[in-house]
Design a protein around this ligand. Structure first.
Ligand code: NAD
Length: 495
């Protein structure tokens, strides 16, 4: 029992390559969502009561089911998003790996631990443990309909919460598939439920009294969600868009950097939150790098056949944004070395490489979310860092450099940076994932991701009576004098 029953309003998910109906799903009303959250409350108590070991065992079994049926899930991801099967499988593999990590590490990260009790309270045993929040609402996007929500769902479940998940209206079938397979290994209670529909269903989830909303999507929607959550003081985690830069230093492996730029910018037809959108290249290697990018990007093809490298643009209205960014870049002196104005069709966008694009143009400033790259020449890496950081976004970044990789990575204003590879941080479950500024706040993945879905509980247990009891009205003047001496001894030295 997973998908919530609601009649009669339904909506269809469509194959973006053909326009055919993939599946029909209920539009869940505010009442439906409230009912789901109510059911989840009881489920959350039961799930939390299983403890780390019980939950880990169930999550590992779920992971096994998803793995064994991954071809079926990949087919559904392909149908609802249009992405090639290989790309669908890649995000599923990463989602499985994150689930395994969260299940395996939850006790270590969240379980009870001793802390130092300090000198003043030396008679106390101090412990902290991270308890589940209760019911977590997850609102997801369509571009990685498995990997992205799993970064919240798997970690929230491992931390002991029940989850009500509202998938994107473009990928409801994938969301339902995840909840249905979870219910096979956890049939007792609706620990993971799915509610489907449009933005209103998501807004209803924000108002339904959940303990936290984990949102992934655009910054504009993130702001609406914060406003809605403010009504009930519901905490939020926001994973929003990006305008990620890739930096190429003069000593970089140019073949590897060009390959990474094209894959990072164009895989999934550029519809990747941490996709490369801007490239800044040291002037000494600019021409050689650009030639390599042109060569590789020129061979990448968008299409609906099995040999195509990238699929359609999933959301038809995104085509207008991509068209506007390319047109603006060209109108303002930019040149297309691959693709260009004609690259945008009515479902597909062919790879487009733009150079000489002014830094204040839309193609450099706004999230394009298409298979496009802007490449700019820089004097040195200081200029590259400055330009890369001149954005309100701050999600991911990439540096290609032989000697200065770590130094440049640390100076980039982004939540994650890859050095000499691209987007690799997303596949390392132990690393936190999240952004700065318009890219959002809070972290999924890793220990930080587990802690997002838990609240710290501090316990001070008295082990023996202190000769210097501070927390009593029977405290004497002698105790106060001793305390003054002790604190002077500890902290009163002149430096
Ligand atoms: P979107 O913001 O349009 O929608 C995301 C989800 O929010 C959908 O489920 C939608 O139904 C729901 N929603 C819409 N209006 C709502 C409202 N008023 N209240 C509550 N919920 C509402 O985003 P999208 O087009 O699905 O996804 C693309 C965006 O997501 C891009 O900007 C991309 O960069 C970003 N993204 C970020 C990450 C990340 O981890 N930082 C990952 C993937 C995608």
């Amino acid at each position: 029992m997973t998908a919530v029953q609601a009649k009669p309003d339904t909506f269809d998910s469509l194959d973006p390559a053909t326009g055919e109906v993939v599946g029909s799903h209920p539009i869940h009303t505010a009442a439906d969502v409230e009912a789901a959250v109510e059911r989840a409350r009881a489920a959350a108590d039961w799930w939390a009561g299983l403890g780390f070991a019980g939950r880990a065992e169930r999550l590992q079994r779920w992971k096994g089911v998803v793995t064994r049926r991954s071809a079926q899930l990949a087919e559904l991801v392909h149908a609802e998003t249009g992405k090639p099967h290989g790309d669908a499988m890649l995000e599923i593999v990463l989602g499985i790996d994150h689930t395994a990590w969260a299940a395996k590490n939850a006790r270590r990260v969240l379980g009870r631990k001793r802390r130092s009790s300090g000198l003043l309270m030396a008679n106390q045993a101090a412990t902290v443990e991270f308890q589940p929040l209760g019911v977590v609402g997850v609102i997801g996007p369509w571009n990685y309909p498995v990997f992205t929500p799993m970064g919240s769902i798997a970690y929230a479940l491992a931390a002991g919460n029940a989850v009500v998940f509202k998938p994107s209206e473009y990928t409801p079938g994938v969301g339902k598939w995840l909840a249905d397979t979870f219910a096979e290994v956890v049939p007792e209670h609706p620990v993971l439920q799915v509610v489907t529909g449009y933005g209103e269903t998501g807004a209803a989830l924000c108002r339904a009294g959940v303990a936290k909303i984990a949102f992934t999507g655009s910054p504009a929607t993130g702001k609406k969600i914060m406003a809605t959550c403010a009504e009930t003081l519901t905490p939020v985690l926001i994973e929003a868009g990006g305008k990620d830069a890739l930096l190429v230093d003069a000593d970089a492996d140019l073949a590897a950097a060009a390959d990474a730029a094209v894959w990072g910018g164009m895989s999934n037809a550029g519809q990747t939150c941490t996709g490369v959108e801007r490239v800044y290249v040291h002037e000494r290697v600019y021409d050689e790098f650009v030639a390599k990018v042109v060569d590789i990007a020129g061979k990448v093809r968008a299409g609906g056949d099995a040999e195509a490298d990238i699929g359609p643009i999933t959301m038809p209205k995104q085509l207008d944004i991509i068209r506007r960014h390319i047109a603006d870049a060209l109108a303002r002196g930019g040149r297309a070395l691959v693709g260009g104005a004609d690259a945008v069709g009515d479902r597909y966008v062919q790879p487009t490489v733009l150079v000489d694009v002014p830094e204040d143009s839309a193609a450099v400033r706004e999230e394009t979310f298409g298979p496009t790259l802007t490449i700019a020449r820089v004097r040195d890496m200081d200029e590259a860092v400055e330009k890369a950081n001149a954005t309100e976004y701050g999600l991911g970044a990439t540096v290609f450099a032989r000697t200065r990789g770590m130094e440049l990575a640390a100076r980039l204003r982004s939540g994650m940076t890859a050095v000499n590879s691209v987007i690799s941080f997303a596949g390392i479950p132990s690393l936190p994932f999240g952004g700065i500024g318009e890219s959002g706040f809070g972290r999924i993945h890793g220990p930080e991701g587990l802690k997002e879905f838990a609240r710290p509980k501090a316990i001070a247990r008295q082990r023996f009576r202190s000769p210097m009891n501070l927390t009593t009205f029977t405290r004497t003047a002698k105790t106060d004098a001793n305390l003054a001496k002790l604190i002077t001894l500890l902290h009163g030295k002149r430096r």
